[in-house]
Design a binder for this molecule. Structure first.
Ligand code: KIV
Length: 268
């Protein structure tokens, strides 16, 4: 299937034209084919794969190798979306050298076209170094799941005047240090609007209301496949989990009753 290749320029142009940016997470070849066949702008190999694919309680155990493994699979199924991969917990926070080396490994070994990191001012030097090393960087602010232990749980961020100011300063620091977009997660709608109006680079919202330049959801959430927990901001566009359960039940019943395989499923 031929699709127009999306790049970081596509995303930046959409900010200027006001056309909304579309992004979904993706972790494997088959899903990448299905999603990118619909001309989505961005596939994000999120470290949420720790929750939805590896069954961890949070994203902290995800490794650079996990991210590379899943990105390679998505890359093979992607028809033309911009491919962004999350840098996992502690792969970019400790030293600038670590951050650049791990970003470079992800791009070289997996074929990702950009990386995403969580945090603002405190990692601005790493964002600059990765971006200067020719790897485009997306920031991630608000509810950053890699900070779950610091936040004491999954909580909406930016509700007090102090955290509101800090979030705006973080977003500005990301832009100034070379990020080409910022994900805003679980940020009050008005604050997300303010940040979106203030930045020249696009904001991509998840649980951050209507005024961001684009939207992202975890694909397993929006398809109704992952039900361990479902945040309020998720809209379920399908009940694929239920479809799978019904299909598997029917398969088991038919095998038990000798109704499968049938004539058309048999080699003569
Ligand atoms: O890991 C992830 O899936 C993400 C999205 C929720 C933005 O960071």
């Amino acid at each position: 299937m031929k699709m127009n290749k999306k790049t970081i320029l596509t995303i930046l142009k959409k900010k200027q034209s006001g056309e909304k940016i579309t992004m979904l997470t993706c972790y494997d070849y088959v899903t990448a084919k299905l999603i990118s066949s619909q001309d989505i702008d961005v596939l994000l190999v999120g470290d949420s794969l720790g929750n939805v694919k590896l069954g961890y309680e949070n994203t902290l155990s995800v490794t650079v190798d996990d991210m590379i493994y899943h990105t390679k699979s998505v890359k093979r199924g992607n028809y033309g979306a911009l491919l962004i991969t999350d840098m996992p917990f502690m792969s970019y926070e400790i030293t600038i050298e670590d951050a650049v080396k791990n970003a470079a490994r992800i791009v070289k070994e997996s074929g990702a076209e950009a990386v995403k990191v969580e945090g603002g001012i405190e990692i601005a030097d790493k964002v600059k170094a990765i971006s200067d090393a020719k790897v485009p960087v997306v920031g991630h602010l608000g509810l950053t799941p890699q900070s779950i232990n610091k936040f004491g749980g999954f909580k909406v961020q930016g509700r007090t005047e102090e955290t509101r100011r800090r979030l705006i300063a973080d977003a500005e620091a990301l832009e100034k240090n070379g990020a080409f977009a910022v994900v805003l997660e679980a940020v009050p709608e008005q604050l997300a609007k303010e940040v979106t109006e203030q930045l020249k680079i696009p904001t991509i919202g998840i649980g951050s209301g209507r005024y961001c330049d684009g939207q992202v959801l975890v694909v397993d959430d929006m398809l109704g496949m992952f039900t361990d927990f479902t945040p309020k901001f998720v809209k379920k566009y399908a009940e694929v989990g239920e479809t799978i359960r019904t299909a598997v039940k029917n398969y088991i019943d038919e095998v038990k009753k000798g109704q499968f395989p049938q004539e058309e499923n048999i080699y003569k």
